[in-house]
Design a protein around this ligand. Sequence first.
Ligand SMILES: C[S@@+](CC[C@H](N)C(=O)[O-])C[C@H]1O[C@@H](n2cnc3c(N)ncnc32)[C@H](O)[C@@H]1O
Length: 309
Amino acid sequence: MFRGIAGSRPQTRRPCDHSAMPDLELLDCGDGRRLERFGSVVVERPAPGAVMPRLLTDAEWKRPSLQWARGAWVRGAAADPWQVRAGDLTLECRPAAGGQVGVFPEHAETWAWLDAAVRKAAGTLGRSPEVLSLFAYTGGASLACAAAGARVAHVDSSKPAVAWARHNAELSGLGEAPIRWLVDDARAFVKRERRRGRRYDGIVLDPPTYGHGEGTWQIETHLPELLEDLSALVGPKPAFVLLSAHTPGFDGERLAALLREHLSVAAEGEDLGLTSASGNRLALGACARSGGVMHGAKTGRSKGAKRGR
Ligand SMILES: C[S@@+](CC[C@H](N)C(=O)[O-])C[C@H]1O[C@@H](n2cnc3c(N)ncnc32)[C@H](O)[C@@H]1O
């Protein structure tokens, strides 16, 4: 069973082997579409960034189990949920709103980085790191941190998303892990935590372009103010910060500049994406990291969710 006890040295599970994520594979992309395999289920969806021609044949693109087109699941809408393995985590996939299935495979590498960052922070602090996970969706980042020994505050304004993340925690053997499950608006929660004088050692946030909740989240308008409030929660030397986004115009360098400006930390940015088994590169957002481990020092590369350049 997982045990991470505040004030004592954390006892974590063994390090995740994030180099092995055979359940997450981009098979091909092109002509505005992406063909992916999540475990045994092949999914075809739009991919605005897939401006290149497809490399697999029409026959290989035919008959995916799930297909999203023109704003709806046109194939597999009633499919039963299924599970995929991602490192040590087990995550449930389902045909969900907006053509999502509950897992962003391009984040697999960031989970590996979080795993290493939490372990490093635990060693430095001599206790379980306190991690704040915002816009936390179905829990991949929160669970990667919890599995590495962090105490996590998981915040998302969608009740179904938080329920899904809790289910993923159970599936991953982290049902008893010290995770606070919070259905809340990220900005409002952070302001309250600031007033309460709460401190966190690490922060991970994956804000959408537009969201919901108090004052309706807009990344352009609200991200700088959110980062200002977060700087009060982590103080001058956070153990790590990971900021990612999938919004056009927010590339790695811009995200890193935002961390430098509002959190006064050194940060490096990079683009996120996947290289398909067929050899096409699909850009899928960007991230900026601060602290943790030097990039490449301990981040696993998965076969399926690999980062080609
Ligand atoms: C899926 S993640 C974002 C992933 C990716 N960056 C993107 O743009 O598609 C977005 C999550 O943020 C949550 N969310 C949206 N607005 C929010 C808000 N104001 N406060 C907290 N969570 C919010 C959503 O419920 C969702 O789970």
